[in-house]
Design a protein around this ligand. Structure first.
Ligand code: AMP
Ligand code: MN
Ligand code: MN
Ligand code: MN
Length: 276
């Protein structure tokens, strides 16, 4: 039985470890097939692929695209992409281009709540000049003593209705899926259990995703409870979508699942790797 981990981050987005360090950690933890999926960027894939060649692990080039669907931000994982594809590259650059202005709006919202200088504070945690994210604001807020843990900080700040949350228009679902397909990849809806939608909304999202050409959904994710593993396996079967598995690892001390810490996929689903 191979151990798959198809969702993780490095310093090219909001992870804490460099690509080669994440790869080495995955290999040391017994992962057999591993994907690096940085937010809106493929810049770390070359280093990760080179590091993986020093191990027995199979490397899968990936990314995690930010998408706006209805009033929600959703994430779409790209797997088995060609990182040199110009269409995908331009699409990712377009998604990233809004992030800096958004960060200034996040900082203004935090300033209104009595927390000044958050833009520079978040910047001090940024590890790729191409990408500033809410995680960097979260680390700044923890450093300043406004919260103790990542979970806590997102409960109190940076999420809808809380200081530091601003709405933002990312890519559309059909853009994201088409860019991923242009690069020869598969499009996988990330951590569906995390979206605050009704059961009807979830069926609409899965229907829209499949209609846009989406290939699979994450069934196993650190954002899901064991009950949700079963729930999303059923959704995958009912909607004719493939099933994926990923820890969404960001670094030591920040994720409750480490690399490779996932059970086997529930019976009855077709894995996203069926044709790899
Ligand atoms: P952004 O792409 O800038 O909106 O940042 C999103 C990132 O924030 C996610 O990829 C996670 O790494 C992090 N994040 C969002 N919500 C939470 C949460 N509730 N707990 C921990 N991390 C979170
Ligand atoms: Mn993240
Ligand atoms: Mn995500
Ligand atoms: Mn992620």
């Amino acid at each position: 039985m191979h151990r798959y981990d198809l969702h993780s981050h490095s310093t090219w987005s909001d992870g804490l470890l460099a690509p080669s360090a994440v790869v080495q950690r995955a290999a040391a933890r017994g992962v057999d097939v591993y994907a690096l999926t940085d937010h809106d960027d493929t810049g770390g894939l070359a280093e990760a692929a080179a590091a993986a060649r020093e191990t027995t692990m199979t490397f899968v080039p990936g990314a995690e695209l930010s998408v706006s669907w209805e009033s929600h931000t959703i994430h779409v994982i790209a797997l088995q992409i060609d990182p040199t594809n110009a269409t995908l590259d331009a699409g990712l650059a377009e998604i990233r281009s809004g992030r800096d202005a958004r960060a200034h709006r996040i900082a203004a919202s935090l300033a209104d709540a009595g927390i000044p200088d958050a833009y520079q504070g978040a910047r001090s945690f940024v590890t790729s000049e191409r990408l500033i994210s809410r995680s960097h604001f979260a680390r700044f807020l923890i450093e300043q003593g406004h919260a103790r843990t990542m979970k806590d900080v997102f409960r109190r700040y940076l999420t809808p209705g809380k200081p530091g949350y601003v709405s933002h228009a990312w890519a559309t679902l059909s853009q994201a899926v088409s860019w991923i397909h242009a690069a020869g990849g598969q499009a996988v809806l990330a951590h569906p259990g995390r979206y605050r939608v009704t059961p009807t909304g979830m069926r609409r999202l899965l229907g829209d995703f499949r209609d846009a050409g989406g290939d699979g959904i994450e069934v196993l994710s650190s954002s899901h409870t064991p009950a949700q593993f079963a729930e999303y396996a059923t959704y995958a079967r009912v909607f004719g979508l493939l099933a994926s598995a990923g820890s969404d690892y960001h670094g030591p001390g920040e994720s409750w699942l480490d690399l490779g810490d996932l059970p086997e996929l529930p019976a009855g689903v077709t894995p996203v790797w069926v044709d790899w």
